[in-house]
Design a protein around this ligand. Structure first.
Ligand code: ADP
Ligand code: ASP
Ligand code: MG
Length: 467
């Protein structure tokens, strides 16, 4: 059995859905389980409609929702030639549509949108596309069944953060194994899941990749395929570096690092379930299915200069706690982390100078002001006594990361990187290296980020890379 996930652009319009369905048809002997994202831009649209409802802008809310409905109706009309099939899909979507209207009306009336409502709102995109896709596979002569992942992927109740209960999910997924083995293709909603009480929740934006690997690991698939709109994992984001090359092989560790540091092609959580079960992940282009794609496994060739990709994350804030009075005072770093944890702020990067005068962390820009406020409160008495001079937030910064297994034990990577950036006048605000020596990450001003990525890509000869 293989799991094949198609992203938003791969099911973004009629021609794309047709192409994706034919790819599934071509792998029919391998007993595929299909995982789908919402059509391109639908999840964004739903969330925007939610914001409009919250702001009391009913007209804007309805315009967005009708546009979403119109797109799906059009697909049904043009794609499904069998009238009875089209009619039954319309009925299924009609029920989803009714639920949507109730939820959005609720937000408009209450002028309130909790995390729970937001999750429910963003779940509709995946629920609208799977019935259409399953019906179309039927028209291509396959047996297919639309599957709501909320019945299968269950979160753990032990944590307030979203964690998947793999034992429960594995148990439930056995049903899908039976379906697939009987020759029926399950067409499963990506991104969404449910709590043990049956409340709708999601795996986070871009989370359909993670859905695929959760299901793949729970059914012991022979391969997890991520079908997207590029030829594979590339040496850099092709929108920043047009000459970026496709990597034929990447290790689980490299893929985890590069996705964590901004390579959007994979959701960062995708790797672990697959790596635990040693299931290969293959990234493929649904617009060019014959291209070999990227294979992600435990082992990988390394590159001459060690580095395989240059990635970046923007929209961040760097927060520093500074003061000479911190020297030798135990527990400052501990209190910084306790404070961020208490406020549920996720820290992307952390560094402390050896003189202990300076602790810096990087958080998402959305969490930036809260982080500064919380740390000022936490250290208020130290600030008053001048043991800490200040807690400072610097916005508009970016993290740049170099990733590659070949960097391990290879001297000169940092020198080459910082030399190039120094020559180009790009100022480096903070540096961190993972102890695994698999990545070197540093902070620059956001305006410098694209140029820094391009310079590094060139300096490590990644345009010519073929591994
Ligand atoms: P999907 O909708 O299929 O999940 P995404 O938009 O989430 O697709 O991810 C694919 C996009 O990721 C590509 O179009 C590309 O612009 C971007 N991307 C960023 N970094 C990389 C990288 N290192 N390799 C490949 N693609 C990348
Ligand atoms: N549709 C969801 C999103 O836009 C999940 C995904 O695309 O993977 O975030
Ligand atoms: Mg994606």
């Amino acid at each position: 059995m293989i799991v094949a996930k198609f992203g938003g652009t791969s099911v973004g319009a009629i021609a794309e859905i047709d192409r994706a369905a034919r790819i599934v048809q071509s792998m029919h002997n391998e007993k595929p389980l299909v995982v789908l994202s919402a059509m391109a831009r639908v999840t964004d649209g739903l969330l925007n409609a939610g914001e409009a409802a919250l702001a009391g802008k009913a007209r804007e809310r309805d315009d967005i929702l009708w546009e979403i409905r119109g797109r799906h109706d059009q697909v049904i009309l043009e794609l499904l030639k069998n009238r009875a099939t089209a009619e039954s899909v319309r009925q299924v979507l009609g029920a989803v549509w009714e639920e949507m209207q109730k939820v959005f009306t609720g937000v408009s009336l209450l002028r309130e949108m909790s995390t729970r409502s937001r999750d429910l709102i963003s779940s509709f995109g995946e629920r609208l596309i799977t019935p259409i896709f399953a019906a179309y596979l039927g028209e291509l002569g396959l047996r297919a069944q639309d599957v709501d992942a909320r019945q299968f992927i269950i979160t753990s109740e032990e944590s307030e953060f979203m964690l998947v209960d793999f034992d429960e999910t594995r148990k439930r997924c056995q049903k899908l194994v039976k379906v697939a083995k009987s020759g029926v293709v399950p067409v499963i909603t990506g991104f969404i899941c449910s709590t043990p009480e049956g409340v709708t929740t999601t795996l986070g934006r871009g989370g359909s990749d993670y859905s695929a690997s959760i299901i793949g690991s729970c059914i012991q698939a022979s391969e997890i395929q991520i079908w997207t709109d590029v030829n594979g994992v590339m040496t850099a984001d092709p929108r920043i570096v047009p000459e970026a090359s496709v990597l034929e092989r990447v290790s689980y560790k490299e893929a985890a690092e590069m996705s964590y540091f901004g390579a959007k092609v994979l959701h960062p959580k995708t790797i672990m379930p697959a790596a635990d079960e040693k299931i290969p992940i293959r990234i493929k282009n649904s617009f060019a299915p014959d291209a070999p794609g990227t294979l992600i496994t435990a082992e990988t060739p390394v590159h001459l200069h060690g580095v395989k990709t240059v990635t970046s994350i923007t929209a961040l804030m760097m927060v520093s706690v500074e003061g000479r009075g911190m020297i030798g005072v135990p527990g400052v770093a501990g209190r910084v982390f306790t404070t961020t944890a208490q406020h549920k702020i996720s820290v992307l990067m952390f560094s402390q100078g050896s003189s202990e005068q300076h602790i810096s962390l990087v958080v998402s820009r959305n969490d930036g002001d809260d982080t500064v406020k919380a740390l000022r409160r936490e250290f208020s008495s130290e600030i008053e006594r001048r043991r800490i001079d200040r807690v400072l937030g610097v916005s508009d910064i970016a993290i740049i990361a170099l990733v590659g297994e070949g960097m391990k034990g290879l001297p000169g990577v940092a020198a080459r990187a910082f030399g190039i950036l120094g020559d180009a006048g790009v100022n480096i605000l903070m540096i961190a290296q993972g102890s695994s020596e698999l990545n070197l990450s540093f902070v620059v001003k956001q305006k410098d980020a694209p140029r820094a990525v391009q310079l590094l890509h060139h300096a490590f000869e990644l345009d010519a890379l073929r591994v």
